[in-house]
Design a protein. Sequence first.
Length: 228
Amino acid sequence: MENSVLHLENADIYQRDNLVLSKVNLKIDTGDFYYLIGKTGSGKSSLMKTLYGDLRLQRGTGTIVGFDLKKLKEKDIPFLRRKIGIVFQDFKLLNDRNVFDNLEFVLKATGWKNKEERKAKINEVLEKVGMQKQYYKKTFELSGGEQQRVAIARALLNDPELILADEPTGNLDPKTSLEVMHLLNEIHKSGKTILMATHDYQLIVKFKHKTIKVEAGELFEVAQQAKV
Ligand SMILES: Nc1ncnc2c1ncn2[C@@H]1O[C@H](COP(=O)(O)OP(=O)(O)OP(=O)(O)O)[C@@H](O)[C@H]1O
């Protein structure tokens, strides 16, 4: 059990009073890469939001990176988010700052007091995503693919136990999507655990990983390369 970073049992996923997914059972172990597939509106984002504490888990049980989702309090959420890295479809970078400052903002907010250590960590993660030479650029000067690389670098800053990526290629063209997917694959091979929601059949076929699907209010494991 100590191997699992995420474990849901009979978890009901709600948006306000609407039951979106019922009785979700899911276990993700250290080193896994799972795709989460399903049609628009099927509940992928709702599940992700529950996992990072944006929606409350009201019924069933759930633990993620050592946190009990049922007992999660508002004050726990920043601590939970230090142990998971989140990557969004629309990048969610701060557009009034450059790349370095976007990353330093997160480190300062998560208790990194030493400037040299912050600098070294930022260099390290930017190198991992191939963006170290562009540290001074404002985010609006970057292409979508470059912005997503920076967002992935940001997700890596606190050495997360789990990366949640919600449609990370959803705003990218097919070629750039493949590049970003190569990057996520490399990160996985370096030992990270990843849950990635996607619609992108091109990626599912090219990069084979275990796959779970949401459909008609339920979540279940399907064959690799299953159709969305
Ligand atoms: N803030 C909200 N309040 C109430 N209902 C919502 C809210 N957000 C989403 N829903 C509903 O919850 C259901 C699941 O939506 P969700 O965004 O989780 O689906 P999804 O699979 O991520 O879709 P997409 O691929 O389009 O992002 C939908 O029926 C949607 O209308």
